[in-house]
Design a protein around this ligand. Structure first.
Ligand SMILES: Cc1ncc(COP(=O)(O)O)c(C=O)c1O
Length: 431
């Protein structure tokens, strides 16, 4: 299987983290998100150790909680000693409610409202990642009113175009995120930040994109950020204490994807940064990174019940499931590829090919096309693997379909972490 936490038991059932997926589907119903808590913890430890080894003791991963946000995940992340990255007041609210130490958070967003800024400052957010000049002034004014000094990082666009989907490329000069180095906007923002009294500039941030399998774009980003820091040191006497290199390490969704060695990648990035600093007489900054899918992606499985099966001669065979784009919009959005199998027949040969359709009134409501798996029949449990990231957090109620629950499994036992939405939940705000 594509990840070691997926196994098949003596009944021929798919297991995740040692828990039998067929029994989980019976107990909690479908659709169902299952998360392997032990794997999430293991991934946290890998990222933490790898960053320290590559960049030194002060380095820290900040879990990108846009990939998965609910109370329980912030508790796990806190217990593992990571920081968190939040991108909205809703994520901030959830992290706070979970008791997360907000001094270990980075607050992102390319258009924070004044209300968002005030909420962040009052909540004791560790670092505002300031996207542009307007935010800088608004933050400075609000901090003045609240009599607080806020630590910030400046979000810079290094001008890198990694090989990934267009929708998840964020580090190019032409981007709605951050201030480009190449146009001079970054330098202008830095000068302003240094002059404002209610702000403490701590360094820079960049995020070049998501689902990136090459190490070289990250090394290039590190070099560009360090070189900007050197330039600013020479011009204005300001040297960044922190460089946050964002997230983006690719995750193996199908057999065709490679497995990233986090230790090897971070070492290469660390060596690049340290070499640049050594050659230019700079202090090596504290490095933060923001893995999202790298921590939770492979820990997740979504279980569905197969309904209809429709063979269209000379075209294809569709199977339909009781979920779809409302719980996983990634195929509809990006044509993201997944691996699927029939959980109750996991020991049989994968000799059928299906297009997996959801239950929405929408032709684009697909989980995948040409997916190879065991023969599917009505009532079977379909498992879609590697759905821990950007599934629950991107879920909607399109067609008034309630969101599925989340079950955490650890040491082979399961516990409910998020309840299934009810029909009453769907109308609870309606007057
Ligand atoms: C600023 C920032 N940091 C981190 C991430 C996490 O990326 P990934 O889940 O690919 O690691 C994202 C994703 O979009 C992001 O925008």
């Amino acid at each position: 299987m594509i990840h070691e936490n997926y196994t098949v038991n003596e009944k021929g059932h798919l297991c995740v983290g040692g828990a039998d997926c067929v029994l989980l589907a019976e107990k909690y119903g479908t659709p169902l998100y299952v998360l392997d808590e032990d794997m999430i913890r293991q991934r946290c430890r890998i990222y933490k150790a790898a960053l320290k080894e590559a960049f030194g003791e002060t380095a820290l991963p900040f879990f990108a909680s846009k990939s998965l946000s609910f109370l329980g995940i912030y508790r796990i992340i806190a217990e593992e000693g990571l920081g968190t990255d939040i991108v909205s007041p809703g994520e901030l609210y959830t992290a706070k409610k979970a008791g997360f130490d907000m001094s270990k958070s980075c607050f992102h967003g390319n258009n924070k409202t004044d209300a968002d800024i005030e909420f962040g400052v009052k909540s004791g957010v560790g670092y505002f990642v300031v996207d542009c000049e307007e935010e800088l002034y608004a933050l400075n004014d609000i901090c003045g009113r609240l009599k607080k000094k806020q630590k910030i990082l400046l979000r810079l666009t290094p001008g890198i175009d990694p090989h990934t989907f267009a929708a998840v490329r964020t580090g190019k000069v032409d981007s709605k995120f951050g201030s480009p180095i190449a146009t001079g906007a970054a330098e202008k923002m830095l000068k302003k930040a240094l002059a404002l009294g209610n702000i403490k500039l701590c360094g820079y941030h960049c995020h070049i994109g998501s689902q990136i399998f090459e190490c070289e774009p990250f090394c290039r980003a590190a070099r560009i950020m360090a070189s900007f820091s050197l330039d600013m040191k020479n011009k204005y006497g300001y040297e960044a204490e922190i460089i946050n290199l964002g997230g983006g390490f690719g995750v193996r969704y199908t057999e065709a994807d490679p497995e990233i060695d986090v230790f090897a990648y971070t070492k290469q990035i660390g060596d690049t940064l340290k070499e640049f600093c050594r050659e230019n007489g700079m202090k090596v900054p504290t490095v933060f990174m923001e893995p999202g899918r790298g921590i939770v992606g492979a820990a997740g499985v979504t279980l569905y019940t197969v309904g209809s099966k429709k063979a269209i001669p000379r075209f294809r065979t569709y199977i339909s499931i009781d979920g779809g784009m409302p719980d996983n919009p990634r195929y509809a959005l990006y044509k993201s590829k997944y691996t699927a199998l029939i959980a109750n027949k996991a020991d049989r040969a994968c000799d059928c090919k299906y297009t997996v359709g959801g239950r929405c009134c929408e032709s684009g409501d697909l989980i995948g096309e040409g997916m190879t798996m065991q023969n599917a029949e009505r009532g079977d449990i379909l498992a879609v693997l590697v759905t821990g990231a950007y599934n629950y957090s991107m879920a909607s109620n399109y067609n008034r379909i309630p969101r599925p629950p989340i079950v955490l499994v650890s040491g082979g036992t399961d516990k409910l972490a998020v309840k299934r939405e009810s029909y009453a939940d769907l109308i609870k705000n309606e007057v």
